[in-house]
Design a protein around this ligand. Sequence first.
Ligand code: FES
Ligand code: FES
Length: 174
Amino acid sequence: VTKTPRPFASRPPVAATLVVNGVPRTRAVAEAMTLLDFLREELALTGTKRGCDGGECGCCTVLLDGEPVLACLTLALEAEGHEVRTIEGIARGPELHPVQQAFVEHGALQCGFCTPAMVLNAVHLLETTAAPSSEAIKDCISGTICRCTGYTKIEAAIAAAAARLTAGAASTED
Ligand code: FES
Ligand code: FES
């Protein structure tokens, strides 16, 4: 008997737990589900934006174990058991994060589509570099496309947030 090979069948979804903004979240996850789909479709965390869905625009950036990654190019199962921070987890309770506050004060957003990614990249920079140079600030947002602002105000906002955090750190050391 000649058997026709069955078409490739992907494995059924498996239960996977990701720690998202400090909270373990378990869902049935298919092999091909991206982290972007996990966040947006399964958890309704739509602050993480779907722009190109192909690794070009940077608007889907989240922090995975503290490092910026493109959620559209990361499989949800790759993030299983790991810490994911999204824009929804950046504010400090009712208070904006200093980076968010600086974006507001400097008018560093217009349509806001790139803003979650810009803020997360800036948060990562300021958590890893005490007094970043203007080149470092430019570099940290270089992977994220903004079609509105021309970037200057974003860079100014990040510099202001860096200065504020540095001043705050100095005053707590006094
Ligand atoms: S949506 Fe991921 S890089 Fe554009
Ligand atoms: S504010 Fe519109 S894409 Fe950046």
